[in-house]
Design a protein around this ligand. Structure first.
Ligand code: FAD
Ligand code: DLZ
Ligand code: SF4
Length: 508
């Protein structure tokens, strides 16, 4: 009996559960580039190019490895346009009456596969350290969920950075050593470059032709599209950047958008690299004495901790997670997020860099783009649409808890114990943006004052009922109450002016 083995665009792992359980002699593998997946979010052109190029390359590798493969290109005339549609068409074509797939990383597709007339077996995605069931066992019955406790359990379970039952270096977390601003450094090793061969060229041309109006440019496309290239990217990071990753992971520089970051999230999320091998490589570098513990720990925590944790939250919280609006924010996302037309140097840099690279690092996402949207009271659904569209690594299981949970507090505090908000002072400390900004980061209110400064207090003031009882925010409210009435009113008035401008679609 022939079975159809379905491999999705973010499941490009040769040892994934669906392929592992398949039989080369009787089963047929199918992959399909489809409009429905290309349009459920307004994907950045580079993200479309990455997924399609990597799918085609992976398809070639499957054929070379002896699999029977049905591959549908986006523009094939017989393309049914959706994954369930293609599964039905291919099942009919090869005489299969069942299909098997790794459970997708999105409720939307899991539900669509459940509703398919051809039975589709959805296998647990075991490319993660922590299964959905394991996370749920950990989370059930807890009053509050916190990443740090989950992370320690994962460290113990995997033995990563453990010395017996103690954390390596005597601490679980070295974050306090990891908050340095960076200086421009001409000797920082440039990112590796990946050759745009005929396959990649063809995909880039197809994306430009089929999606001319999507956000982003393709000129700077430089992402690994095969496992071999992804391994090179990993090796480059471990050799050149991991050492300084820890101390500078929160720093932002106008002329150096990449700093010491790994640039591995795209490759990880589409399956070209495994979380296990990436963490093992970082641990190995520490054991060899090549990198300090705070860098190895800081990096491994992002993957073994945050990445696993947010995935656990996404599936634990259920399909309504993305629809929550805990702070009842309703404002439209400012047009500047798409156009980059803003006088705010930090936001402009983040948006233009995102347009050119489909990438900005965590602190730009959290403390610039996310922080501004949160302070301005933007509808979290629109914020999520933006984050799901514009980044090379954006898939809902990881994007939603980061955006709705960590960044916008729209899940009411499931992911974050307090909102990630800051005034301009934080951005000034961690970046060189403010020196070149039209706004004055030291001015707290009035024309020309940094918008983050007044919006910060406006947010706290309008959400006082919700947050003043939070012990982690008590000091902030005491500070607000100590300011004289006129100072407070000036800030609230300045914030109201900015919000009115945003509502009128004016440049801020
Ligand atoms: P590095 O900074 O070098 O970190 C190393 C690795 O750790 C990353 O490759 C990534 O796999 C993992 N990692 C780090 N932080 C996180 C995190 N918070 N959650 C999950 N994994 C993490 N990451 C995505 O992969 N996809 C997304 O759609 C996404 N959306 C985000 C939205 C917002 C609002 C915020 C604040 C963060 C988001 N992140 C997302 C997390 C993080 O910003 C990216 O993983 C990181 O910037 C990717 O760049 P890098 O590979 O250079 O990572
Ligand atoms: C992101 C994406 C895109 C743009 N296109 C395809 C596609 O044409 N075919 C496919 O199998 N997968 C694609 N993907 C990845 C899916 O959207 C992804 O599997 C789901 O969002 C679940 O994570
Ligand atoms: Fe951003 Fe304010 Fe600094 Fe300008 S002054 S770059 S708006 S933080």
């Amino acid at each position: 009996m022939t079975r159809l083995i379905v491999v999705l665009g973010d499941q490009l792992s040769h040892d994934g559960a669906a392929l592992r359980g398949a039989d080369k002699t009787s089963d047929v593998v199918m992959m399909a580039e489809v409009r429905a997946e290309a349009t459920y979010a307004a994907h950045h052109k580079q993200k479309l190019a990455l997924v399609f190029a990597a799918m085609r390359r992976f398809g070639d590798e499957l054929t070379q490895a002896g699999w029977q493969l049905c591959y549908t290109k986006l523009t094939d005339p017989e393309n049914a346009g959706s994954l369930p549609g293609e599964i039905a068409r291919r099942a009919d074509e090869v005489g299969a009456d069942e299909a098997s797939v790794i459970a997708p990383g999105e409720w939307r597709l899991r539900e669509a596969f459940d509703a398919s007339p051809i039975p589709i077996q959805q296998l647990p995605d075991d490319r993660f350290f922590c299964s959905e069931g394991r996370f749920s066992d950990w989370a059930k019955g807890r009053k509050e969920l916190r990443m740090e406790w989950f992370y320690r359990e994962m460290r113990r379970e995997t033995g990563l950075l453990m010395e017996g039952d103690k954390p390596a270096g005597g601490q679980w977390n070295f974050d306090k050593d990891n908050r340095k601003p960076a200086q421009p450094d001409l000797f920082r090793t440039p990112a590796p470059t990946f050759r745009k061969d005929a396959l990649v060229q063809e995909v880039l041309e197809m994306v430009e032709a089929e999606f001319p109006d999507n956000f982003g440019t393709l000129e700077g496309f430089n992402w690994p599209v095969s496992r071999a290239q992804a391994l090179r990217a990993l090796d480059h990071f471990i050799t050149h950047n991991l050492r300084d990753f820890g101390p500078y992971q929160d720093a932002m520089l106008s002329d150096d958008p990449l700093l010491y970051h790994a640039l591995l999230s795209g490759a990880l999320n589409i399956g070209l690299l495994s979380a296990q091998e990436v963490c093992a490589a970082a641990e190995e570098a520490w054991k060899a004495g090549d990198v300090p513990i705070q860098s190895a720990e800081g990096f491994i925590r992002q993957i073994l901790g945050w990445r696993e944790y947010v995935r656990g939250i996404y599936f634990f919280e259920g399909p309504d997670y993305t629809a929550r609006n805990g702070l009842d924010h309703q404002r439209d996302l400012p047009w500047a997020y798409w156009s980059g037309e803003t006088d705010m140097a930090c936001l402009k840099a983040t948006v233009t860099q995102t347009r050119d690279l489909a990438y900005s690092h965590h602190i730009q996402r959290l403390m610039v783009a996310g922080n501004f949207a949160l302070l301005a009271g933007v509808d979290p659904a629109q914020v999520q649409d933006w984050f799901l569209a514009v980044y090379i690594d954006a898939f809902e299981w990881v994007e939603a808890p980061n955006t709705a949970g960590m960044s916008q507090y729209s899940d009411g505090g499931v992911v974050a114990s307090k909102p990630y908000i800051s005034s301009g002072a934080y951005i000034d400390k961690m970046s060189d943006y403010c020196a070149g900004c039209v706004y004055d980061v030291r001015a707290k209110s009035g024309q020309g004052a940094c918008p983050f400064n007044s919006l910060y207090w406006h947010f706290l003031d309008r959400h006082r009922d919700r947050f003043e009882g939070n012990p982690r925010m008590a000091l902030i409210y005491r500070n607000w109450d100590k300011q004289d009435a006129q100072t407070r009113q000036d800030k609230l008035d300045s914030a109201a002016d900015i919000l009115a401008k945003l509502d009128a679609g004016e440049r801020v």
